[in-house]
Each structure stands twice: as structure tokens, then as C-alpha cells.
Design a protein around this ligand. Sequence first.
Ligand SMILES: *Cc1c(COP(=O)(O)O)cnc(C)c1O
Length: 506
Amino acid sequence: MKYISTRTKNFQPLNSADVILKGIADDGGLFVPETIPKVTLDEIKSLVDKNYVGRAVPILEKFLTDYTEDELFESCELAYDWFDVSSKVPLTILIQDEQHKNSPVGVMELWHGNTSAFKDLALQLLPQLMTRALKKVGETKEILILVATSGDTGKAALAGFADVPQTKIMVFYPAEGVSKIQKLQMVTQAGKNVNVTAVKGNFDDCQNGVKKIFADENIRAELEKSNVKLSSANSINWGRLVPQICYYFATYAEFVKSESIKLGDTVNVAVPTGNFGNILAAYYAKRMGLPIKKLICASNINHILTDFFNTGFYDRNREFYKTITPSMDILISSNLERLLYHETGGDTERVKSFMQELNSTGKYKINSSFKNKLDKIFYADYATEDETLKIIRNIFDTFKYLVDTHTAVALSVVGKYRKNTGDMLPVIVASTASPFKFTSSVLSALGENVEGIDDLEQLDKLSLFTDKAIPKNLAALGTAKILHENICTKDEMAECVLKFAAGIKG
Ligand SMILES: *Cc1c(COP(=O)(O)O)cnc(C)c1O
């Protein structure tokens, strides 16, 4: 399997190891597979009696053909070793009542990894794929991963890259812009190759600083002297997308194993969406042959994607809201570019012009025949803040099952979908974070007063209230040692990077 760019016709195809190391194509486009591989029902059947890694590897093998099966097994075993349940991605099946037993809701819990959110599935595997890619291409330099974070991605990347050979990782976060728990998660990160630095400024300052460093030839030349090469772990890297495709297959197999559905039965899939990465992975699974009817794209009140799918008009010129689902507070869904590529039949000129328009005017429009095409695949809707809180309470009261705010958005939109269309097929809902990750919203949803209660105390309160254990990574935060106290201004970021690359402390 070779990879090409979404923006250039006759692009010189690359191997997966190359695209995982490069992250983004030289023309500014995203890497896509030349063809979408197929999976037969027999192959899906063979996944049913396997464990998570056994289900993931055959899917990875279809895309990462320059890796051996052994390499992929070893990578997955190392990546998912820490996960706090042996099934790695458990499926919780909710059935309203006897009358609805043919309409189960399968909640795919993607949050049993090191940071209690779904990004762990990809960010634990990416470093393993990267180090093996370095060997394949004969790269001897160290890779320095630079991350600007508004909270969650930083910790997930740190946990994934800590002590991974031939890599270093450096994370910049806004000094006053992350929650107490997010900050503790990052500044307590152990590892010989990690650096965590607070920036006096907001998230945009961090992100602009990192972008500037990536674009600066002089810094790159300086880094070469320390035998270091820059790379990124952001969500447009193919190495982050491909691990996500696996869990749709694994969960379908689990659904069959549970006897809630039969092999070959068609299901819907609902995903709480931000950057369009997670739902794009479901799109690839569908194209590969997983029996999915509709992809249900769920948004919060920043519902730019709902509007796009319902009108064909993508327009980021709108008010931006900070919500109780911060990981979905996004107005540029970067991975949408890959969908445009595949659904235009690989029309790179058209994709390029959409992206140029988006860049210069903040908007673009697709024509009605293109929109009709997408209508057959996607259903899009959003949940208000109030609806999100209500559904958390509702699900808890009905099933004694607790979901986080992001998962609640998806569940709310599934309700709307079923009501509006009458389609009651079984549905797989991507549950993207542990409820303990968004404790104060979840407690409020349950009618608990959180005013004046410290973030760490809230964890205890939620645990008592729900009789569920705090995830071990979060439970450890209260006593973990602070290891990183670096702070800099946005103008000092480049200097910090050079010092860290050269092995100078501070
Ligand atoms: C990142 C994230 C999302 C959005 O996922 P995308 O792949 O960006 O669409 C949803 N929920 C949680 C908890 C997340 O961390």
C-alpha cells in the first residue's frame, strides 16, 4: 500500500513508514492511501474469537504493508500494555427494554488507556510505529516531537513517547489555560526524554510558537547540529488515524460475540466529532466493508459540521463557544479534507481549491450532487449544553451507567436520529472519555453541587456517588511528584527547544 497527497495529481507515492515520519505532505496536503483495502465478512468472522491486539493487527496489516506482522504485533502489545482492562476497548450494551432488544446501543469505551481518553489508542501506538519507521528508512537522527496543547493531547503524547528510544518529546501548554488536573497530569510525567514547559500566554500563543519553530530554517539547521529532527504527532498524521480504524472492526466483532447482533448485520455508528479524525476512521471502516449504514456525526453548539452536512456550506465565520465538551470546540475540522478527497474520487484540484478558499475566506461550498452523495453516508446533528447534561442524568437513572459529556453528545444525537428517521438499527457509539475526566460537569448533571470543591476532591465525590473506582492514572495525581516547573514567554520557546535538543537542563 502506497500513500499520496490530497492536493497534487500524480504525486510520487510513498510507503507508510515515510508518511508516518513526515506527518504532512510537502504540498500542504494530507496523506491518503492510494486505494482503500477490502475486508470480507469471513475475515471479520475470524476476528470474533480474538483479543483486541489480534483483532487490530489484521486491519493494520492492510494499510501498513511495509511493516511485518511481528512488528505490528509487538507494537500493539507495547502500546496497549498499560490499559486498565484486558479487553482494552470494552463494549457496554444498553438495551432500553424488551421491546427494543433488536435496537441495542453498544457503547465502545475508548478511554481505558493512560490518560482516560480515546486519543490514547492512537498516541500509544504512533511512537511504536515511528521508531520502527526510523529503522526502515535508515534514519539515525533523534526525532523531537513538538506539541502545543490545550490540555489533553499533551498528556496523551507524553505518555506515548516517554522513554521511547530515538525520540524526544516537548510539550508547551498555556500557563493559565489548562485545568488543574490537566496540568498535574503533564507536570508529573516521568521519562528521560520528556520536557514540559508552561508558556506565559494562551493556547494560540503556544500553537503559533510551535508553528513558527516548524517553519524556521535556522532552527532546523541548529537542531541538525544536535543530531535532532523535528516531527509532529498531531491528529492529521496517518499514524494516528490507522489505529482508530481498528477499533470499529474490533467492536463490531465484540458486538457479534455478545450475540446482540449477528455476523453481517448492519449497524449505525455515532461519533462525537471535533477534528473529524475519529469519525473519518469509521468512514474508512465502512468503505473497507464493515456493515455500517449511517455515520452519525455528533457536534456540540459549535456545530459547523452539522451545518456542512445539512447545507453543503462550510463556514467558519461564526461565533465560537467554550462548552462542557472542550475537545469538540473546533472550527477547523482538518481531517475533513481526506473525506473530500475520497468522495470526489481523488479530485486533487477540487480539494486544493476548497482548501484555498477555506484559507482565504474561511468558507467553501460543495455542489448539490456532491452533497447528495454525502447524505447517503452521513447524518449530522448537534446537542445543546442542556441536552448534554440531561442525557447524562437520564442514562445514569435508567442504566446506572455513567458517561462523560462528549459521549453524551453522541447519545443525544443518536436519540434525535432515531426519532427523526425511525431507523432503529443497532448502533455503536464512540465513548471518547472517562466520566472522571470531566468530573465537574458530570457531577452537576447528576444534580450534585460542585461549587468550592477542589478538582481532586471532585474525583472522590464522583467515585463515592457512583460507586465506581477512579481510573488509576487520575487517582495517582494527588501524590505524584512534580517533575516539570519550566516556564517561558512565547518569544523564548525556540530557545527552550534548542536547549532541550542539545541536552541542556532548564
Ligand atoms: C479529541 C476528542 C474528540 C474529538 O475527536 P476528533 O477525532 O477530533 O473528531 C471527542 N471527544 C474527546 C474526549 C476527545 O478528546
